[in-house]
Unconditional design. Structure first.
Length: 277
């Protein structure tokens, strides 16, 4: 009993230390009911899925959201939308991709909740994707980050050039069996995926791979919501893992990227979206 108590104490101290060292906002607002109302289509595949897929070459440079709750703006606008545009234009030069990159600030300003004057309250993924479809997004250099509270009127007309045709969810909140398969299908079909997760303290100090601590429980109602962009998968990494890019800067994970095993992704992920035609 004494040994178990000591181990528990050490794990609690480790979690507290992690949060003290990495005081970063996340910013995903949870919305199970609204998510389940988003259109869902079964992804059909005729051929076996490839053992690995990567869109990392089309990814803009990793950025840090800092003290703002803007992960949704980064995952959906800066990463996902930029990757798709760079891929369509066949751009792999990092400088060219960075010039093309889209603004997380603009998307967040359009999607944030009323009264979020400090840009710390977070946003819903359904709202962000709805903005991408109905309004669009603008290049980063036209609406730099951060730009909390700035009016968007001068660039709204430009945003319409970059609207998406449609978006869809990939699975149901509780359907862990479909999460891995459908994320892989979406990636193999040509689209990065944005996921909404709940993240424990161990996530904030992840290395090359995020390995949750034994006490981490995705059902813990105290966990924060966080949005990430999945840029690939590899069946040969860590028993099968997804490659994600984060908005915590290059000091997090592996220069801002991280591997998350299939099983861990299924456990901690609640939502999954792709842009569809």
């Amino acid at each position: 009993m004494k040994g178990a108590w000591l181990i528990g104490l050490l794990l609690c101290l480790r979690a507290a230390s992690a949060l003290a060292q990495v005081d970063i906002k996340t910013g995903l607002l949870l919305e199970d009911d609204q998510y389940e109302q988003v259109s869902y289509l079964t992804i059909l595949t005729k051929e076996p899925l490839p053992p690995r897929v990567s869109f990392e070459q089309f990814c803009p440079s990793v950025q840090a959201q800092g003290d703002y709750g803007t992960c949704v703006g980064f995952a959906c606008g800066y990463y996902l939308r930029t990757i798709l545009e760079a891929r369509a234009r066949k751009l792999t030069n990092k400088s060219a991709i960075n010039k093309l990159a889209f603004s997380p600030s603009y998307l967040y300003e359009k999607a944030k909740t009323n009264g979020d004057y400090a840009c710390t309250e977070g946003a819903y993924l359904t709202k962000a994707f709805g903005v991408l479809k109905s309004v669009g997004v603008v290049p980063f250099h036209r609406f730099p980050y951060p730009a909390c509270g700035q009016q968007t009127g001068t660039v709204d007309a430009l945003a319409s050039r970059y609207r998406i045709p449609a978006f869809e969810r990939l699975f149901s909140v509780q359907d862990d069996n479909q999460k891995i398969e459908n994320i892989k299908k979406a990636l193999a079909g040509g689209s990065p995926v944005v996921v909404g997760m709940v993240v424990p303290a161990s996530f904030f100090v992840a290395g090359k791979v995020w390995e949750p601590w034994p006490q981490d429980d995705p059902k813990d109602t105290q966990l924060r919501g966080h949005a990430l962009c999945i840029v690939g998968y590899d069946d040969g990494q860590f028993g099968g893992a997804f490659r994600v890019v984060n908005s915590f800067g290059k000091g997090w994970g592996d220069n801002g990227f991280c591997w998350i095993s299939y099983g861990v992704m299924a456990r901690f992920t609640r939502y999954g979206y792709r842009i569809s035609s």
